[in-house]
Design a binder for this molecule. Structure first.
Ligand code: ZN
Length: 163
């Protein structure tokens, strides 16, 4: 495994629609492992492949249940359904030092493939649903700052989690 650089400053890859993964091969598996290491190192709770410069439809999302943290890997994720609305705080490893309030669906149903190529369906709500929507936006070249209804003033900044 190796750490990858996280793109910032509106890098063109962050603004480009990422491509579907056609085949899960050793390159994709290595990318997943590197993304996990990079996300952990950066204390992120989600990461999209194009944030590390690879224009492929792959995201990670951390599901925190009680004290346990489970890293979910989603290849070619598709949002099948959205329900409700929830406004919450977001930040992003690709937009360092910036936080804002972003409206998202409260619940989502997402289908994707795991690293074995098996399709699965995920129902998520609350913060996990928010992470998934934020990361899937990355794959379409969208940053949270595009959707934020309010960006925090620097003095309001605390140690918000970055997704
Ligand atoms: Zn982000």
């Amino acid at each position: 495994m190796a750490l990858r650089n996280i793109l910032t400053d509106n890098h063109p890859v962050l603004r480009t629609r990422a491509q579907e993964v056609k085949k899960i091969n050793s390159v994709v598996l290595r990318l997943l492992d590197d993304m996990i290491e990079t996300m952990k190192e950066s204390r992120g709770v989600g990461l999209a492949a194009n944030q590390v410069g690879v224009s492929k439809r792959i995201i990670l999302a951390v599901d925190s249940v009680d004290e346990e943290e489970k890293i979910m890997e989603l290849i070619n994720p598709v949002c099948e359904n959205k329900e409700g609305e929830n406004i919450g705080m977001e930040g992003c490893l690709s937009v360092p030092g910036c936080y804002g309030e972003v409206p998202r669906a409260e619940k989502v149903i997402v289908t994707a493939m795991d690293r074995a190529g098996k399709k699965f369906r995920l129902e998520a709500e609350g913060f996990l649903a928010r992470i998934l929507q934020h990361e899937m936006d990355h794959l379409d070249g969208i940053l949270f700052t595009d959707k934020a209804t309010r960006i925090l003033d620097p003095e309001e900044l605390q140690s918000e989690e970055q997704i």
